[in-house]
Each structure stands twice: as C-alpha cells, then as structure tokens.
Write a protein that binds this ligand. Structure first.
Ligand code: NAP
Length: 244
C-alpha cells in the first residue's frame, strides 16, 4: 500500500535513521533523507537506495530545530516529489549532565533539536498530508522519556515531550487520515551509544533480553507503525524489556 509513496526521514544519513531509510527503500518507498552534518553519508545512502531498490532518493541539508529552514525544506521536498505520505522524525542529540551542573546551552540544544525539531517537521509537513487526506507520522522517542534517566534531564524531558506531542498530533490529525505514533528504543548500537563502551556490561545486566538493539530492529518497528492503518497515538517500546 505504501509502495511508490514518499517518505521523509530526519537524521537519515546514519545510525537508526539510515536503517529506517534502507528499510523504506527496500519496501519500495521513495525517500527524502534529511541530514545536518553528514552530507557524504546521506548522498552515498541515496546512491545505494537508487541502485539497490530502484527508488527515488534525495538528500537535503536542514537543521530541524530551525522553524524557517524546515518550512523551506518542506517546499523543496514538495517541489521534487510532488507529495509526502510518511514522515519519520528520527533526528536527535544528547548533551548529558547532572541537573546541578547542566549548562543552559546543553538543555536548550537538546530540547530544540529533539522536541522543537519534531514539532517543526509535523507543523510544516502535516499541511501536505492534510491536502492529500493521508499521512503516517512516526516519532523516535526513547525509554528515557518514559522512565526518566539520571544525567539526562534535557534528553528525558525532550523525549517525554515527543510522546505528548505524538498523542496530541494523533488526536488533531486523525480526521484528516493521518496517524501519528512513536517508538521508544532502549539502548541501540549507534554512534550515540559508542561512548558507553566502558559501562556496557553493567548496562546490559539491566536489560532482560541481555543485549543492545541493532538499528534494523528499530527500523522494523517504525515500518510496522507506518503500515498500520488503525493504530494512532501509540508508543511502542523497542527496548529488550528495560522499561518493563
Ligand atoms: P546518532 O547516530 O547520533 O545520529 C543522530 C542523527 O540525528 C544524525 O543523523 C544527525 O544528522 C541527526 N541530527 C542531529 N541533530 C540534527 C539537527 N539539528 N537537524 C537535523 N538532523 C540532526 O543517533 P541514533 O542513535 O541513530 O539516534 C537516532 C534517534 O534515536 C535519536 O532521536 C535518538 O534520540 C533516538 N534514540 C537512540 C537510542 C540509542 O541508544 N542509540 C536510544 C533511544 C532513542 P547528521 O549526522 O547529519 O548531523
């Protein structure tokens, strides 16, 4: 049903986002990859999607935290692809620190990218979806947004905000044929968790399934929500049981 349709994936150049892009291209969707700094990775993933799956794939540079830049991005993607049917808000950052010493700039950067960035994308791209009376939005939250996590006041708050935003968008947009859901990963093997190597054994001991996730396992959950017709406002944990 989504074959031949167009998906926009933020942070699609690497990590979980790249796995999502590959999955969607494999399923026959055209993809717009949004990157901030990873131009080469995004361009080479476009080539890979075109060559391996014969879909249209294009890369766009955009800082999702910038309202006007996202507005311009939306116009450009619409011009290139004609319409947008699926939106995956995956771009995210961490700037960890305990509350008493957390810098204001680190709090703001994480909220601006993770929460406001997700809002900016839904704010601008939902218009295209409403006009087509069809849309599938999946936001990448985190178990940190469900349970809280010491050292991640900014990140946990941003990801909890993404969950509330998901539920609100689901209620507002349902009548226009648009669903909005979230995935909440636990620990996933990407650059974001690469710095945790020294603590990995201890972290794994708290995960009932005893390992970190592969990015492809998050991509599978995103794909499940994108192709679901009767699920909206849902938060799907993909965390090996860490937040049970
Ligand atoms: P990652 O490898 O660090 O990649 C982060 C991605 O976000 C990159 O593609 C980056 O683009 C993009 N990005 C960052 N700031 C951006 C901005 N201002 N505008 C546009 N794009 C921006 O992280 P990841 O592990 O794949 O994480 C992907 C998502 O999953 C994030 O939302 C993260 O919070 C969430 N998550 C991850 C884990 C985990 O354990 N890894 C767990 C739970 C949730 P560039 O490379 O182009 O700068």
């Amino acid at each position: 049903m989504l074959k031949g349709k167009t998906a926009v994936v933020t942070g699609g150049g690497r990590g979980i986002g790249a796995a999502i892009v590959r999955k969607l291209a494999e399923e026959g969707l055209n993809v717009a990859i949004i990157y901030a700094g990873s131009r080469e990775a995004a361009e080479s993933l476009c080539d890979e999607c075109r060559d391996a799956f014969g879909v249209d794939a294009r890369a766009y540079r955009c800082d999702v935290s910038d309202f006007q830049a996202v507005k311009d991005l939306c116009a450009e993607v619409k011009k290139d692809f004609g319409s947008v049917h699926c939106l995956v808000n995956n771009a995210g950052i961490t700037r960890d620190g305990l509350i008493p010493v957390m810098k204001e700039s680190d709090f703001d950067a994480v909220i601006d990218t993770n929460l406001k960035g997700t809002f900016n994308m839904i704010r601008h791209f939902s218009g295209i979806m409403m006009r087509g009376r069809f849309g599938r939005i999946v936001n990448v939250s985190s178990v940190s947004g469900i349970t809280g996590n010491p050292g991640q006041a900014n990140y946990s708050a941003s990801k909890a905000g993404v969950i509330a935003l998901t539920k609100t968008a689901a209620k507002e947009l349902a009548a226009k044929g648009i669903t909005c859901n979230a995935v909440a990963p636990g620990f996933v093997e990407t650059d974001m968790t690469a710095g945790l190597e020294s603590k990995k054994e201890q972290l794994i001991s708290a995960i009932p399934l005893g390992r970190f996730a592969a990015p492809e396992e998050i991509a599978d959950a995103v794909w499940f929500l994108l192709r679901s017709e009767y699920i909206t406002g849902e938060v799907l944990r993909v965390d090996g049981g860490i937040a049970i």
